[in-house]
Ligand binder design. Sequence first.
Ligand SMILES: [Zn+2]
Length: 422
Amino acid sequence: MPNTAKITDCRAISHAFLALHQKDGFEILEPSSLLHPSVHTAFVMSAGLVQIENELAQIIEQTGGKFAFTQPCFRYFDMDLVGKDSIHSSLFHMPAAFYIGSSQRANILPRLWHFLTKTLQLRIDKLWITYLDDPILGVDQQTLDCWKNIGIDTDRLIGLERQHNFWQQRELGQIASDGKKCGPHSEVFYERTEVNCVQCEASSAFIGSCACGRFVEISNSLFIENYIDEQGQLIRADTVFSECVIGAERLAMIQQNVATVHGIAKYSHWRAILQNYFSHQNSPQYYHAMHIIMDHLNAFMHLVADGAPKPGRGGQARIMRKLARGAITQALLWDIDINKLLSLLLSKYNHTHAEYKPEQSLQRLYDELSRFECTLKRAKKQMQKMLQHSVLTEEIKQELQQKWGLPPLLSEKFYATLSTET
Ligand SMILES: [Zn+2]
């Protein structure tokens, strides 16, 4: 690949990352589905440990322990952050490289640095690197030395405590877990100097802890060398490994010089449609709504293609419902014809994912919309009853949400219309 053209597209970034690893002897594997029989209540959330843990022996035999793939990740617990900051999506892509049997930093970090600064041509003076420096666990000296050997200035290397730079496998939500793996990790942040934040401008100590979006985490490299027991003691693992991941959408955002992950080219068709609907609004608040609609519908379609159940109660169905109703709620808040909007968006879906099923997704969204409309009708009636002798309090809002399925944002909207009608 010629090194002159800037790589900006999400898929091109992912491809370049995999190609670089392939050149160095990593086997390229297919990503795995976000549905797995052992995770009933949610979707698979790890950035690729699934593959390792389920079929480790077979994969090592097939690849010699060096492999890479681009894993779609869906994090339902990040859904509420969407639209509130510039860097969170519920569904995103993580190109990842694994090296089973080695936690040598020199096998991972120099290649990553080459990728970021030569392949993607990121400016070195925009990059910051974190490593473990903890009062109890000590300094991750191997990582620090490796970054110094690469030639990174020490003032760009930020030592952080274990809550930032020590990864520990969670007990729940993982698959075929054979213990609590753990190890230090090292993150690379890109500084967007155009994002004004008094706190972050004053000190790089806020890397990783400020939500302003000035520092964007673009990569993470984990060196898993231990298990941790019930007493918190570290036990050397029989098999050590390294994992290096990058955030494709975040890097695309930086390469395309746009303000948010929902502003990247992948969403341009959808943005154009939504801009039309929102252009008459005179409040910039609508960006928030646009981003939620794009994010949730994108995740919904991906999960449908992966075989997710219809929106409903409990487990995965509940998450599908939350995605559908989250997007619909935004459209209702802004008085948008949701039927028309859904059909426009899903017919203009600009994605080459071979198995995306826009018709099936659209049908499920329509079905969910009519169920939601019934819910809203009942909730509205109930709300009128409850408000005969009261104003809309937080308690009433909560009750309407929990017992009657009315999102608080819509109870406020209905309340405003009720008060103007009377
Ligand atoms: Zn900040």
